[in-house]
Design a protein around this ligand. Structure first.
Ligand code: NDP
Length: 496
């Protein structure tokens, strides 16, 4: 086994490619981050720790933070929340610098909380009058409240250069995503809208693009003539973890495949962009998604091209896991899948006929987050070679970011017998948390890693017919014991 390690230089905060689509007068770095839904779960668990790590690492300075929520919180209660969420960045973060920590403490001390009902006419506008622009307005609110807030706020109430940061889910269908896009388009230019996909971390996106577009060897075999299939797999051992209120309505399909996995697939399948500017990159991502369907174009056979399953009781390590249907808050009538798999076809010259198999699920025996590219067999293996002629496979691991190439070589022992080796490399990773990466782009006014409006609609358009077939029970619900690799009959449950 050959092992190579990537240099551990920090990933720079912003890329230096141009952004041809940037609107004139788009404004510079964000001065104030306003978090709407400051008392919520996302803010406390993910967003504030992400901000803290980013600032502590010295990548964002001079930022003001305002928290807003419908409850009447005292200044002390807000500071208490910041203390808790910032604790790790202040004490236990190897990427933090002395100056970064001092900056974080300064920002924390100056941060304030404001009570506001964002659905009341004029309320958000009043809050925005009191903050320094340009502002990033982070909607960490229930989706219906975010939509209502965007409907009632007026364009003239937003300070120049305002950026809107929208959480997932973005709509619940192609039609509702389109409606939401139209509401947002009334307020700011598209490149000032950040639809968050925290799986589209900078290292994930840039590592795939660097690997593909900086190596002539790979790009020349990156098509249907040489590639048999591409699998993108996000299996986790986590179970429901008390999130039935959200998950039992979403399921693995809506939670993971509709958003994150389709976006990663598009980066795996896109044509080379001329620059790393957001317009070039996101336009090429959009072209892939526009060409994509579940099953070959025109199919309505979703039994052949999609699979769904739900976990039953089992064990993960020494943890006993109940049947999903017995988990608190789960309604069997929702018919929720905890593992989903779809075969997407990108119907264009490069990819016609190649399945992109997207799979994600919970309560599996091992965490597996990777894209696996399986190359076609050689056209002719010289007669005389013995042993298994296995396909060449490239694995791109996500978190930790790794690269593994499975190759057939001769020996050892008998030079006529083929054997398998793995060439492994560690890829560069970003020391800030996923939400730090998201905010890094927002604060630098760079939408490169944000989901563009048209692709948010396309992602729903791709999955909707399959989800309708699942709802109509046209595709059987398989099961798998918690802690297992998944249903036995699924190829992806068997492959390494
Ligand atoms: P919560 O229900 O925990 O929090 C919602 C927040 O919205 C609360 O702070 C609440 O304030 C506030 N709020 C509700 N109504 C109003 C209003 N009219 N005016 C002002 N504030 C209001 O939700 P989450 O934090 O879990 O989720 C927020 C968003 O993030 C959702 O879109 C979700 O899909 C997304 N998300 C969440 C993840 C998670 O792990 N939690 C992961 C990925 C995405 P108050 O309590 O004062 O009413």
């Amino acid at each position: 086994m050959t092992k190579t390690t990537a240099p551990s230089a920090p990933v720079p905060s912003t890329h230096d490619a141009g952004s041809p689509a940037a609107a004139p007068g788009s404004g510079g770095r964000i001065k104030t981050l306003v978090i709407l839904g400051a008392s919520g779960d996302l803010t406390g668990r993910l967003l504030l720790p992400g901000v803290a790590r980013l600032i502590a690492s010295g990548r964002a300075s001079g930022l003001s933070l305002v928290g807003a929520g419908s409850d009447d919180w005292t200044a002390a209660r807000w500071q208490e929340r910041l203390d808790k969420s910032f604790a790790e960045a202040l004490t236990d973060d190897p990427a933090a610098t002395k100056e970064g920590r001092a900056e974080l403490l300064r920002m924390k001390k100056a941060s304030r909380y404001q009570q506001v009902d964002v659905t009341a006419k004029g309320a958000l506008g009043e809050l925005l009058k009191t903050v320094e622009g340009p502002v990033a307005l982070y909607f960490a609110l229930p989706p219906a409240i975010s939509e209502e807030a965007c409907k009632v706020v007026l364009k003239k109430e937003l300070p120049p250069g305002t950026r809107l940061v929208m959480e997932k889910p973005f709509g619940s269908s192609a039609a509702s995503a389109k409606r939401l896009n139209a509401i947002l388009a009334r307020l700011v230019h598209e490149d000032h809208i950040h639809r968050v996909d925290h799986f589209l971390g900078k290292s994930t996106v840039l590592n795939i693009m660097g690997l593909r577009f900086a190596n002539r060897l790979l790009e020349h075999s990156w098509d249907s003539a040489h590639i048999e299939k591409v699998e993108i797999i996000f299996d986790e051992s986590l179970t429901l973890e008390n999130r039935a209120r959200y998950y039992d309505h979403a399921g693995a399909g809506r939670d993971m495949i509709q958003s994150h996995l389709l976006q990663i697939m598009a980066i795996m399948a896109m044509d080379p962009p001329a620059t790393l500017g957001e317009n070039d990159v996101r336009s090429n991502i959009a072209a892939v998604l526009r060409a994509s369907t579940i099953g070959p174009q025109g199919t309505s056979d979703f039994t052949a091209h999609t699979r769904r399953a739900r976990y039953t009781a089992g064990e993960i390590g020494d943890r006993k896991v109940p049947n999903y249907l017995d988990e608190e808050g789960v309604d069997p009538a929702n018919g929720t899948e905890t593992l989903a798999e779809v075969e997407v076809y990108v119907n264009n010259w490069r990819w016609a006929g190649v399945p992109f198999i997207l799979r994600s699920g919970k309560a599996l025996g091992r965490t597996r987050k990777e894209a696996v590219v399986t190359f076609r067999p050689v056209p002719h293996l010289p007669v005389g070679f013995k042993g298994a002629d296995s396909p060449t496979r490239l694995h791109i691991g996500f978190g930790p970011d790794t690269l593994t190439l499975d190759f057939d070589v001769n020996g050892p022992g008998n030079l006529f017998t083929l054997d398998r080796v793995q060439l492994e490399a560690e890829l560069a990773s970003n020391p800030v948390l996923p939400y730090g990466e998201v905010l890094d782009g927002v604060l630098a006014a760079d939408p490169l890693l944000s989901v563009r409006g048209d692709t948010a609609e396309e992602c729903w358009r791709i999955v909707e017919p399959a989800f309708a077939a699942w709802k109509a029970d046209e595709v059987p619900m398989a099961d798998y014991p918690a802690g297992s690799p998944g249903p036995e009959g699924w190829t992806t449950s068997q492959e390494e």
